[in-house]
Design a binder for this molecule. Sequence first.
Ligand SMILES: Cc1ncc(COP(=O)(O)O)c(C=O)c1O
Length: 392
Amino acid sequence: MHHALHDRLDLDKLISHRAKSIDASGIRKVFDLAAKMKDPINLSIGQPDFPVPDALKAAAIKAIQENKNAYTPTQGCPELLAAIWKRLGSEIGWTQDTEHGLSAIVTSGTSGALVLAMMCLLDAGDEAIIPDPYFVMYPQLGALTGGTMVLCDTYPDFRMTAARIEKLITPRTKAVIVNSPGNPTSVVLSSRELQDIVDLCAARNILLISDEIYDEFTFSESREGGRFPTPARFTKDCLLIRGFGKTYGCTGWRLGFVAGPHEIVQAIARLQQYSYVCAPSMAQYAAAHAYEIDMQPWVDRFEARRDMVMAAFDGVTEVALPGGAFYAFVKVPERLGLTASQFVEKAIARGVLVIPGKVFSKHDSHFRMSFAVKEETLARGLAELTAIMREA
Ligand SMILES: Cc1ncc(COP(=O)(O)O)c(C=O)c1O
């Protein structure tokens, strides 16, 4: 039998609605503009500017050389799981108890944890409440799972409070994602605020998912009695998602973990077994030593950079205090009469790259700038951005 030969397949017919529904045009436009810039002051970067600590590099190399390159158990290598439990035990009093309580699984990045958690919770039409502004992946988790991501507007203070969440709950709501310190705002919620969310979720049978990828990078005033505020201190019915990439500067190693209710973690493990299989082995063996490394000097340095940002915009425009991470979400002063996208074009014309709010939000009134750059670069960027605001 002969079939007509075509030059190429009709690929458009083959690509799923799911894949087509993912719109990456906002961020792509920013990167296209960036590619045309010569020597930009690049404040768009979403990862730390320090190299991976030597001890961690050495541990990864050692693992490879010792031939620890095979699949690890789906759940994660025992050495890393032991380090994670030691940390969770001392920090929040969580201990492994697979019979009625808590489990953990190592994942391919925090992203891997988020995808699997949502795959595990949402059927078509189920809802999850996410903050607006959001980490860019959150809304797309709807496209991936068939669920609906419901935006919780947190303007103008960027606090995702129980009162704001409660209004959005429906009989289909299964999960709430809280992200503190948050991307793109770096706002840190207080223990009081988190406890209210825990209580709300408990009363309405909703799983709270706490994306704590920036936990380690929480600044002095936002640590309560020196402690990072986490909802996990008030409940075991919460899915804790943490990562290693941002904390140790190894975002390319793709390593995170989920800890929480055993049944949910087991469901995530089943999904991981038939998708990612396991997280990268050398990264797991290396990260088993990560918590021995003191990152505080870098946290202090980021806090000082945060202070530079706040000082520069003081009296010029509004910035919600970044309590951690390394972003500031800066309001374009209303008197300029510009959307954030228009402001960003002006900034780019002056050699500064920042990201317009609409990439992370329904609104286009703010821009995200990263302070994970050298102080000298940051100072130049701040001088340009404030000059544009003062000119008008
Ligand atoms: C809030 C938040 N969650 C998750 C991630 C994904 O991190 P990972 O590289 O570990 O997948 C990021 C990365 O930017 C983030 O900002």
